[in-house]
Design a protein around this ligand. Structure first.
Ligand code: HEM
Length: 124
């Protein structure tokens, strides 16, 4: 499956469920929780969801609202150690396990998250 076909396969609803399942775990997480002020959580959830929808073939709401993603630059204010990356990926893996997308969409997303989360590491 091409990355642009993921949205066609799982729709807005797939991304809403996935990102919802991810962010439900964040406030209680000892590494990631403190990085997200409670007042920002709903906004953070919609930014990640909009980004993924656009990245995988859906409407370009993220770019319309936020401009070019430049994700590494946008993560520069946060200390992202290998342990923080591993935790982020762990929570996202649990979210994928929970929401049960189509097998190919699931595989494409797992590979993407593993790669991009590694790229976000900016601290030893
Ligand atoms: C590797 C571990 C990661 C950590 C610790 C982390 C943490 C954060 C934090 C604290 C924010 C600010 C929340 C907000 O938007 O208000 C953020 C924003 C964001 N993150 Fe991550 N992130 C990680 C990986 C990723 C990955 C892998 C992706 C993409 C698949 C991603 C996509 C985004 C997006 C789209 C935003 C919003 C950027 C903006 O428009 O300002 N992040 N992240």
């Amino acid at each position: 499956m091409d990355e642009a076909q993921v949205y066609a396969a799982i729709g807005e609803d797939g991304f809403v469920r996935l990102v919802g399942a991810f962010y439900r775990q964040v406030p209680g997480d000892d590494i990631l929780g403190p990085m997200y002020p409670p007042a920002e959580l709903a906004g953070a959830e919609s930014r990640l969801r909009d980004f993924l929808v656009g990245r995988f073939g859906g409407p370009a709401h993220y770019i319309e609202r936020r401009g070019h993603p430049r994700l590494r630059m946008r993560h520069a204010p946060f200390t992202i150690t290998p342990a923080a990356r591993d935790r982020w990926l762990h929570l996202m893996t649990r979210a994928l396990d929970e929401v049960q997308l189509t097998p190919t969409a699931d595989a494409v997303l797992r590979a993407f998250f593993a790669d991009v989360s590694t790229m976000m590491i900016n601290h030893p």
